[in-house]
Design a protein around this ligand. Structure first.
Ligand SMILES: NC(=O)c1ccc[n+]([C@@H]2O[C@H](COP(=O)([O-])OP(=O)(O)OC[C@H]3O[C@@H](n4cnc5c(N)ncnc54)[C@H](OP(=O)(O)O)[C@@H]3O)[C@@H](O)[C@H]2O)c1
Length: 283
Protein backbone atom coordinates (compact mmCIF):
# COMPACT_ATOMS: atom_id res chain seq x y z
CA UNK A 1 0.00 0.00 0.00
CA UNK A 2 1.09 3.62 -0.48
CA UNK A 3 2.49 5.57 2.46
CA UNK A 4 -0.88 7.32 2.84
CA UNK A 5 -2.95 4.14 2.86
CA UNK A 6 -5.09 3.78 5.92
CA UNK A 7 -6.93 0.82 7.40
CA UNK A 8 -10.13 1.37 9.34
CA UNK A 9 -10.57 -1.16 12.13
CA UNK A 10 -14.20 -1.36 13.23
CA UNK A 11 -14.58 -3.10 16.58
CA UNK A 12 -11.04 -1.78 17.04
CA UNK A 13 -11.28 -1.80 20.84
CA UNK A 14 -12.62 -5.36 20.91
CA UNK A 15 -11.09 -8.81 21.26
CA UNK A 16 -10.00 -9.29 17.67
CA UNK A 17 -9.98 -5.67 16.44
CA UNK A 18 -7.55 -4.45 19.09
CA UNK A 19 -5.14 -7.22 18.11
CA UNK A 20 -5.60 -6.51 14.39
CA UNK A 21 -4.83 -2.81 14.99
CA UNK A 22 -1.67 -3.67 16.96
CA UNK A 23 -0.41 -5.99 14.24
CA UNK A 24 -1.06 -3.40 11.53
CA UNK A 25 0.83 -0.74 13.49
CA UNK A 26 3.73 -3.17 13.92
CA UNK A 27 3.79 -3.34 10.12
CA UNK A 28 3.96 0.48 9.82
CA UNK A 29 0.40 0.75 8.56
CA UNK A 30 -1.71 3.80 9.28
CA UNK A 31 -4.64 2.65 11.41
CA UNK A 32 -7.89 4.35 12.36
CA UNK A 33 -9.77 2.74 15.21
CA UNK A 34 -13.55 3.11 15.12
CA UNK A 35 -15.09 3.34 18.57
CA UNK A 36 -18.14 4.83 20.24
CA UNK A 37 -15.89 6.45 22.82
CA UNK A 38 -12.67 7.83 21.36
CA UNK A 39 -10.12 8.63 24.04
CA UNK A 40 -8.93 12.26 24.12
CA UNK A 41 -5.41 12.52 22.80
CA UNK A 42 -5.57 9.21 20.90
CA UNK A 43 -5.35 10.68 17.39
CA UNK A 44 -5.86 7.33 15.67
CA UNK A 45 -9.34 6.87 17.16
CA UNK A 46 -12.50 8.12 15.48
CA UNK A 47 -16.05 8.16 16.75
CA UNK A 48 -18.20 5.51 15.13
CA UNK A 49 -21.54 4.16 16.22
CA UNK A 50 -23.58 1.71 14.13
CA UNK A 51 -26.65 3.40 15.61
CA UNK A 52 -25.62 6.91 14.52
CA UNK A 53 -25.43 7.24 10.71
CA UNK A 54 -23.89 10.73 11.08
CA UNK A 55 -20.67 8.97 12.18
CA UNK A 56 -20.56 6.62 9.15
CA UNK A 57 -19.24 9.03 6.50
CA UNK A 58 -16.42 10.76 8.41
CA UNK A 59 -14.95 7.49 9.70
CA UNK A 60 -14.23 6.13 6.20
CA UNK A 61 -12.70 9.32 4.75
CA UNK A 62 -9.28 8.55 3.21
CA UNK A 63 -9.57 4.89 4.13
CA UNK A 64 -8.53 2.19 1.63
CA UNK A 65 -9.03 -1.02 3.58
CA UNK A 66 -11.29 -2.09 6.40
CA UNK A 67 -11.60 -4.74 9.10
CA UNK A 68 -15.33 -5.12 9.50
CA UNK A 69 -16.97 -6.29 12.74
CA UNK A 70 -20.74 -6.15 12.30
CA UNK A 71 -22.92 -4.82 15.12
CA UNK A 72 -22.70 -7.43 17.87
CA UNK A 73 -25.86 -9.05 19.21
CA UNK A 74 -28.13 -7.97 16.33
CA UNK A 75 -29.69 -11.03 14.67
CA UNK A 76 -29.96 -9.37 11.23
CA UNK A 77 -27.18 -6.80 10.77
CA UNK A 78 -27.44 -6.38 6.96
CA UNK A 79 -29.87 -3.41 6.97
CA UNK A 80 -27.37 -1.48 9.11
CA UNK A 81 -24.15 -2.68 7.47
CA UNK A 82 -25.25 -2.46 3.83
CA UNK A 83 -25.59 1.36 3.59
CA UNK A 84 -22.40 1.84 5.63
CA UNK A 85 -20.47 -0.47 3.33
CA UNK A 86 -21.89 1.18 0.20
CA UNK A 87 -20.74 4.56 1.52
CA UNK A 88 -17.30 3.17 2.34
CA UNK A 89 -16.92 1.80 -1.21
CA UNK A 90 -17.96 5.16 -2.68
CA UNK A 91 -15.38 6.84 -0.43
CA UNK A 92 -12.60 4.65 -1.87
CA UNK A 93 -12.43 1.55 0.33
CA UNK A 94 -11.41 -1.30 -1.96
CA UNK A 95 -10.60 -4.15 0.44
CA UNK A 96 -12.72 -5.49 3.30
CA UNK A 97 -11.98 -8.29 5.75
CA UNK A 98 -15.22 -9.34 7.43
CA UNK A 99 -15.25 -11.06 10.82
CA UNK A 100 -17.89 -13.77 10.84
CA UNK A 101 -17.95 -17.16 12.54
CA UNK A 102 -17.30 -20.83 11.80
CA UNK A 103 -20.95 -21.40 12.71
CA UNK A 104 -22.17 -19.13 9.91
CA UNK A 105 -22.46 -20.03 6.24
CA UNK A 106 -23.33 -17.60 3.49
CA UNK A 107 -27.09 -17.27 3.47
CA UNK A 108 -30.05 -14.98 2.96
CA UNK A 109 -30.21 -13.52 6.47
CA UNK A 110 -28.23 -12.90 9.65
CA UNK A 111 -24.47 -12.60 9.55
CA UNK A 112 -24.48 -14.98 6.56
CA UNK A 113 -26.05 -12.25 4.40
CA UNK A 114 -22.93 -10.14 4.99
CA UNK A 115 -20.74 -12.87 3.43
CA UNK A 116 -22.63 -12.43 0.18
CA UNK A 117 -22.65 -8.64 0.45
CA UNK A 118 -18.88 -8.47 0.86
CA UNK A 119 -18.19 -11.14 -1.77
CA UNK A 120 -20.37 -9.48 -4.41
CA UNK A 121 -19.78 -5.76 -3.79
CA UNK A 122 -16.19 -5.35 -2.55
CA UNK A 123 -13.38 -5.61 -5.15
CA UNK A 124 -10.99 -7.31 -2.69
CA UNK A 125 -12.53 -9.29 0.14
CA UNK A 126 -12.02 -11.95 2.79
CA UNK A 127 -14.51 -13.54 5.16
CA UNK A 128 -13.01 -14.81 8.42
CA UNK A 129 -14.89 -17.71 9.97
CA UNK A 130 -13.15 -18.39 13.29
CA UNK A 131 -14.19 -21.06 15.73
CA UNK A 132 -14.88 -20.23 19.39
CA UNK A 133 -12.33 -17.86 20.93
CA UNK A 134 -10.00 -19.07 23.68
CA UNK A 135 -10.55 -15.57 25.13
CA UNK A 136 -14.09 -16.65 26.11
CA UNK A 137 -12.41 -18.41 29.04
CA UNK A 138 -10.99 -15.12 30.42
CA UNK A 139 -12.49 -11.63 30.70
CA UNK A 140 -16.23 -11.04 30.97
CA UNK A 141 -17.68 -13.89 28.90
CA UNK A 142 -20.14 -16.06 30.92
CA UNK A 143 -17.75 -19.02 30.61
CA UNK A 144 -14.98 -16.94 32.19
CA UNK A 145 -17.07 -15.50 35.01
CA UNK A 146 -18.37 -19.00 35.78
CA UNK A 147 -14.80 -20.27 36.18
CA UNK A 148 -13.79 -17.37 38.44
CA UNK A 149 -16.88 -17.24 40.61
CA UNK A 150 -17.84 -20.93 40.98
CA UNK A 151 -15.11 -23.00 39.28
CA UNK A 152 -17.81 -24.16 36.89
CA UNK A 153 -18.40 -23.93 33.15
CA UNK A 154 -22.04 -24.28 32.16
CA UNK A 155 -22.84 -25.14 28.53
CA UNK A 156 -25.37 -27.04 26.46
CA UNK A 157 -22.61 -28.70 24.45
CA UNK A 158 -22.64 -32.07 26.24
CA UNK A 159 -19.52 -33.94 25.14
CA UNK A 160 -19.32 -32.09 21.82
CA UNK A 161 -15.93 -30.70 20.83
CA UNK A 162 -14.72 -27.29 19.65
CA UNK A 163 -11.35 -26.36 18.14
CA UNK A 164 -10.96 -23.21 20.27
CA UNK A 165 -8.75 -20.58 18.63
CA UNK A 166 -6.66 -17.76 20.09
CA UNK A 167 -7.88 -14.30 19.00
CA UNK A 168 -4.22 -13.47 18.36
CA UNK A 169 -4.17 -16.12 15.64
CA UNK A 170 -7.42 -14.78 14.15
CA UNK A 171 -5.86 -11.30 14.12
CA UNK A 172 -2.73 -12.63 12.43
CA UNK A 173 -4.85 -14.09 9.62
CA UNK A 174 -6.81 -10.82 9.41
CA UNK A 175 -3.62 -8.77 9.15
CA UNK A 176 -2.40 -10.90 6.26
CA UNK A 177 -5.76 -10.62 4.54
CA UNK A 178 -5.62 -6.84 4.93
CA UNK A 179 -2.00 -6.32 3.90
CA UNK A 180 -1.01 -9.08 1.46
CA UNK A 181 -0.30 -7.74 -2.01
CA UNK A 182 -2.67 -10.30 -3.51
CA UNK A 183 -6.21 -10.15 -2.06
CA UNK A 184 -7.37 -13.45 -0.57
CA UNK A 185 -10.92 -13.23 -2.05
CA UNK A 186 -12.06 -16.29 -0.08
CA UNK A 187 -13.50 -17.55 3.20
CA UNK A 188 -11.03 -18.62 5.87
CA UNK A 189 -12.31 -21.22 8.34
CA UNK A 190 -10.00 -20.62 11.33
CA UNK A 191 -9.54 -23.07 14.21
CA UNK A 192 -7.05 -23.91 16.88
CA UNK A 193 -4.91 -27.05 16.57
CA UNK A 194 -7.18 -29.51 18.41
CA UNK A 195 -10.88 -30.05 19.06
CA UNK A 196 -11.68 -30.22 22.78
CA UNK A 197 -14.83 -30.82 24.79
CA UNK A 198 -15.55 -28.40 27.65
CA UNK A 199 -14.70 -31.33 29.96
CA UNK A 200 -11.26 -31.41 28.31
CA UNK A 201 -10.91 -27.61 28.61
CA UNK A 202 -11.91 -27.71 32.29
CA UNK A 203 -9.29 -30.42 32.94
CA UNK A 204 -6.55 -28.38 31.26
CA UNK A 205 -7.45 -25.27 33.28
CA UNK A 206 -7.68 -27.29 36.52
CA UNK A 207 -4.21 -28.75 35.99
CA UNK A 208 -2.75 -25.30 35.25
CA UNK A 209 -4.27 -23.39 38.19
CA UNK A 210 -4.41 -26.14 40.82
CA UNK A 211 -8.17 -25.67 41.37
CA UNK A 212 -10.73 -28.15 40.11
CA UNK A 213 -12.91 -26.55 37.44
CA UNK A 214 -15.93 -28.57 36.34
CA UNK A 215 -18.06 -28.55 33.21
CA UNK A 216 -21.81 -28.84 33.86
CA UNK A 217 -23.84 -29.77 30.80
CA UNK A 218 -27.39 -28.38 30.80
CA UNK A 219 -30.20 -28.38 28.25
CA UNK A 220 -30.38 -25.76 25.50
CA UNK A 221 -33.55 -24.29 27.06
CA UNK A 222 -31.92 -24.03 30.49
CA UNK A 223 -28.86 -22.30 29.05
CA UNK A 224 -31.00 -19.78 27.15
CA UNK A 225 -32.95 -19.07 30.34
CA UNK A 226 -29.69 -18.44 32.21
CA UNK A 227 -28.52 -16.00 29.52
CA UNK A 228 -31.84 -14.13 29.75
CA UNK A 229 -31.59 -14.04 33.55
CA UNK A 230 -28.14 -12.48 33.11
CA UNK A 231 -29.69 -9.68 31.01
CA UNK A 232 -29.35 -10.95 27.44
CA UNK A 233 -32.23 -10.28 25.00
CA UNK A 234 -34.30 -13.47 24.60
CA UNK A 235 -33.83 -13.81 20.83
CA UNK A 236 -30.04 -13.51 21.06
CA UNK A 237 -29.94 -15.86 24.07
CA UNK A 238 -31.79 -18.49 22.00
CA UNK A 239 -29.35 -18.08 19.11
CA UNK A 240 -26.32 -18.55 21.39
CA UNK A 241 -27.82 -21.53 23.21
CA UNK A 242 -28.66 -23.18 19.88
CA UNK A 243 -25.02 -22.84 18.84
CA UNK A 244 -24.14 -24.98 21.87
CA UNK A 245 -26.63 -27.58 20.71
CA UNK A 246 -24.90 -27.59 17.32
CA UNK A 247 -21.59 -28.24 19.08
CA UNK A 248 -23.15 -31.17 20.95
CA UNK A 249 -24.02 -32.68 17.57
CA UNK A 250 -20.51 -32.23 16.17
CA UNK A 251 -20.83 -28.96 14.21
CA UNK A 252 -17.50 -27.61 15.51
CA UNK A 253 -15.57 -30.87 15.75
CA UNK A 254 -13.05 -29.99 13.02
CA UNK A 255 -9.53 -28.63 12.73
CA UNK A 256 -8.18 -26.55 9.85
CA UNK A 257 -4.61 -25.54 8.93
CA UNK A 258 -5.60 -21.96 8.02
CA UNK A 259 -3.50 -20.20 10.66
CA UNK A 260 -0.33 -21.96 9.57
CA UNK A 261 -1.02 -21.74 5.85
CA UNK A 262 -1.90 -18.02 5.90
CA UNK A 263 0.55 -16.74 8.53
CA UNK A 264 3.40 -19.27 8.42
CA UNK A 265 3.09 -19.80 12.21
CA UNK A 266 1.31 -22.70 13.88
CA UNK A 267 -1.90 -22.02 15.80
CA UNK A 268 -1.53 -21.77 19.56
CA UNK A 269 -2.86 -24.70 21.62
CA UNK A 270 -5.38 -24.31 24.41
CA UNK A 271 -2.83 -25.55 26.96
CA UNK A 272 -0.38 -22.84 25.85
CA UNK A 273 -3.10 -20.22 26.08
CA UNK A 274 -4.08 -21.32 29.59
CA UNK A 275 -0.45 -21.36 30.77
CA UNK A 276 0.03 -17.80 29.49
CA UNK A 277 -3.16 -16.52 31.15
CA UNK A 278 -3.04 -18.62 34.33
CA UNK A 279 -3.79 -15.64 36.63
CA UNK A 280 -6.89 -14.67 34.65
CA UNK A 281 -8.72 -17.82 35.78
CA UNK A 282 -8.55 -16.91 39.46
CA UNK A 283 -10.90 -14.33 41.03
N1 LIG B 1 -16.48 -15.10 21.00
C1 LIG B 1 -16.42 -16.09 20.14
O1 LIG B 1 -16.14 -17.24 20.50
C2 LIG B 1 -16.69 -15.83 18.68
C3 LIG B 1 -16.46 -16.85 17.75
C4 LIG B 1 -16.65 -16.61 16.39
C5 LIG B 1 -17.07 -15.36 15.98
N2 LIG B 1 -17.30 -14.37 16.91
C6 LIG B 1 -17.79 -13.08 16.43
O2 LIG B 1 -16.99 -12.04 16.94
C7 LIG B 1 -17.77 -10.85 16.92
C8 LIG B 1 -17.29 -9.94 18.01
O3 LIG B 1 -15.95 -9.57 17.71
P1 LIG B 1 -14.90 -9.28 18.84
O4 LIG B 1 -14.98 -10.39 19.85
O5 LIG B 1 -13.61 -8.99 18.20
O6 LIG B 1 -15.48 -7.94 19.48
P2 LIG B 1 -15.88 -7.66 20.98
O7 LIG B 1 -14.71 -7.93 21.88
O8 LIG B 1 -17.19 -8.31 21.27
O9 LIG B 1 -16.05 -6.09 20.98
C9 LIG B 1 -17.12 -5.47 20.32
C10 LIG B 1 -16.59 -4.29 19.53
O10 LIG B 1 -17.70 -3.71 18.86
C11 LIG B 1 -17.70 -2.33 19.12
N3 LIG B 1 -19.09 -1.89 19.20
C12 LIG B 1 -20.06 -2.34 20.04
N4 LIG B 1 -21.19 -1.68 19.81
C13 LIG B 1 -20.94 -0.79 18.81
C14 LIG B 1 -21.73 0.19 18.13
N5 LIG B 1 -23.03 0.41 18.44
N6 LIG B 1 -21.15 0.91 17.16
C15 LIG B 1 -19.85 0.73 16.84
N7 LIG B 1 -19.05 -0.18 17.44
C16 LIG B 1 -19.60 -0.93 18.43
C17 LIG B 1 -17.00 -2.12 20.43
O11 LIG B 1 -16.36 -0.85 20.37
P3 LIG B 1 -16.60 0.35 21.40
O12 LIG B 1 -17.19 -0.24 22.66
O13 LIG B 1 -15.22 0.93 21.61
O14 LIG B 1 -17.51 1.28 20.69
C18 LIG B 1 -15.94 -3.24 20.39
O15 LIG B 1 -14.76 -2.79 19.77
C19 LIG B 1 -19.22 -11.29 17.06
O16 LIG B 1 -19.96 -10.75 16.00
C20 LIG B 1 -19.18 -12.80 16.94
O17 LIG B 1 -20.10 -13.28 15.99
C21 LIG B 1 -17.12 -14.57 18.23
Amino acid sequence: MSGHARVLVTGGTGTTGSRVAALLRDRDTSVRIATRKPVDGEGDQARFDWGDPATHGPVVAEVERMYLVAPVGIPDPAPVVEPFLAGALRAGVSRVVLLSSSAINEGPSGLGALHRLVRTTVPEWTVLRPSWFMQNFIGEHPVATGIRTSAEIITATGQGRVAFVDAADIAAVAARALLDAVPHNTDHLITGPEALSYDDAAAIISAAIGVTVRHRAVSTADLAAQFVAAGMPAQFAAVLANLDEGIEHGAEDRVTSTVASVTGCRARSFAEFVATHRDSFIA
